[in-house]
Design a protein around this ligand. Sequence first.
Ligand code: ARG
Length: 292
Amino acid sequence: EPAMEPTGARIASPALEPSGRVALRRHYLMCRPDHFAVTYAINPWMDPAAGADAALAVRQWESLRSAYLALGHRVSLIDPVEGLPDMVFAANGALVVGGRVYGARFAHPERAAEGPAYADWLRRNGFPDVLEAAHTNEGEGDFLALDHVILAGTGFRTDLAAHQEAQEFLGRPVVTLRLVDPRFYHLDTALFPLGGDNVAYYPGAFSSGSRAVLERLFPDAVIASAGDAAVLGLNAVCDGRNVVVNAEAAGLIETLRRHGYHPVPVDLSELRKAGGGPKCCTLELREAPALA
Ligand code: ARG
């Protein structure tokens, strides 16, 4: 990897920015979908009879990786494992905050081996402080870290008890949000952080109590439509300024632009056949704060 600005540094932006949105350099972990397939169905997007084209998935995934590199981010790669067709969805492999790793414990046996695979990679690549979770959780699929709080989904995959376990291990307040629509089985299919203190989300994915919590925490949130959610438009990745987002989410892309963000549309239609989008393919590695 070429020497570059450190992770967390402000990325110099090419154009004048009247919006004041600032991109911070990120470090992402990704897994090439060499063994991608739809051979089982653990969410409503998956149809084993229809299958999926692994070669096309790889090409689309490469375009996602290229987009991150072009934006100035650092991308590390974990080796894909044969027999783990969903391993491309790196977000589910762990939650990494302040250099500490809260390990995933998958809800379905088909994906169980991914937890140790990601934990091993992280241990060997600068993140030795790994907690093997006692409670079922699917990493950044259901935990989304903002500056002052971690939002956590439950209802389909991640157990409520994991929210408390993560809070205690990471020392960050964790706010529980209840998911109610099986199409949006992970929090990251219904909501994404816009920088450190705001979010975009689809209200229909949440219980009424959780919608009220979101309105109270984020009065200026970007609200997405049912149509944007139905193409997994909320499964997006924002660095503070740029938003890597499924190209089909036309309404959301326009709304983001109006709010001063810079949308970067990508086509991950083949990966959507497994219920995944850009964010699912991306695990953010947040290092420990540097010692003064
Ligand atoms: N087929 C995978 C599953 O159902 C998709 C995971 C998508 N990842 C995500 N972060 N939402 O587990």
